[in-house]
Design a protein around this ligand. Structure first.
Ligand SMILES: Nc1nc(=O)c2c([nH]1)NC[C@@H]1CN(c3ccc(C(=O)N[C@@H](CCC(=O)O)C(=O)O)cc3)CN21
Ligand SMILES: CC(C)C(=O)C(=O)O
Ligand SMILES: [Mg+2]
Length: 263
């Protein structure tokens, strides 16, 4: 399989074709997920919750992210690898550049950073130096203490601001977006407003790609799961088939269904 690049994702968007993304944290699942044809894997700081047992993503360190990115990189068979910059790893531009360099050396092809319009400066600094950046907007879990919980974002006026923010960050150099927990109409509007691929999680059916936390879509997560989660394991019967079913459902526009979306 020819490796997936950012250009592949851009070309899919231009053609109106969907693509799928899963979080991944280790070499075995990296091989399995990439063999299923899933275009990209995200070493998410959600590992703080699903692997480490914390109740938020805030305790995750750069060392944690580097270690898991190396593991995923070793198992990868052609998917695009994205890695999260963890909480406050972007305290200033020099720190941000150093931390992004660590993720890229560990095998990431692109870094993802959570925030809002103020990300522009950091995104510009990274993209000018050859580090592709994915901007994570909407529900940004590193801000859970300020948001007062994992709540839907971008309702009412905030939705219009989100569209303007995405355009501004694309102009600053963002090459992709993750849009989390927003009404479907905002997911659609942001996707149309930028030419960079938009990956949704709880952002409706109209984003270019869909991402889920691997443990959620395998039905392995303990306790509460969000409305946007679908368990692909029940029907598939084994893990490889569940990855393939997720990929096909996204490709064919069958996932997310209305029950996975916010109005
Ligand atoms: N296992 C796991 N899956 C994830 O998707 C995930 C993590 N962990 N950890 C980091 C963040 C936290 N995330 C979350 C967690 C909960 C909701 C949630 O339950 N949201 C409510 C929205 C309620 C509302 O405002 O209407 C929901 O009902 O889905 C959303 C995103 C997404 N990320
Ligand atoms: C939920 C996705 C988008 C993420 O940022 C993570 O897994 O950390
Ligand atoms: Mg994350």
């Amino acid at each position: 399989m020819t490796p997936i690049t950012l250009n592949t994702l851009k070309a899919l968007k231009a053609k109106g074709e969907k693509f799928s993304v899963l979080t991944c944290y280790d070499a075995t699942f990296s091989t399995r997920i990439s063999q299923a044809g899933i275009e990209a894997m995200l070493i998410g700081d959600s590992l703080g919750m699903v692997l480490q047992g914390h109740d938020s993503t805030l305790p995750v360190t750069m060392d944690d992210m580097v270690y898991h990115t190396q593991c995923v990189s070793r198992g990868n068979q052609g998917s695009l690898i994205m890695a999260d910059l963890p909480f406050l790893s972007d305290a200033d531009i020099a720190t941000l550049l150093n931390n992004a360099a660590r993720l890229m050396r560990a095998g990431a092809h692109m870094v993802k950073i959570e925030g809002d319009h103020w990300l522009a400066e950091g995104i510009q600094a990274l993209s000018q130096r050859g580090v592709p950046v994915c901007a994570h907007l909407g529900l940004t879990p590193q801000m859970v203490n300020q948001l007062g919980g994992y709540r839907v974002q971008g309702r009412g006026e905030a939705g219009q601001l989100l569209i303007e923010t995405a355009k501004k960050l694309e102009a600053a150099g963002a090459s992709a977006f993750v849009l989390e927990c927003v009404p479907s109409e905002i997911g659609q509007a942001v996707t149309q407003a930028v030419s960079a691929p938009v990956i949704g999680i709880g952002a409706g059916p109209d984003t270019d790609g869909q991402v889920l936390v691997m443990h959620d879509m395998l039905g392995a997560t303990v306790g509460h799961t969000a409305k946007f989660v679908k368990n692909f394991m029940t029907e598939a019967g084994d893990i490889q088939a569940a990855f393939e079913a997720f990929h096909q459902a996204v490709k064919q526009g069958q996932f997310p269904a209305p029950e996975h979306c916010f109005k």
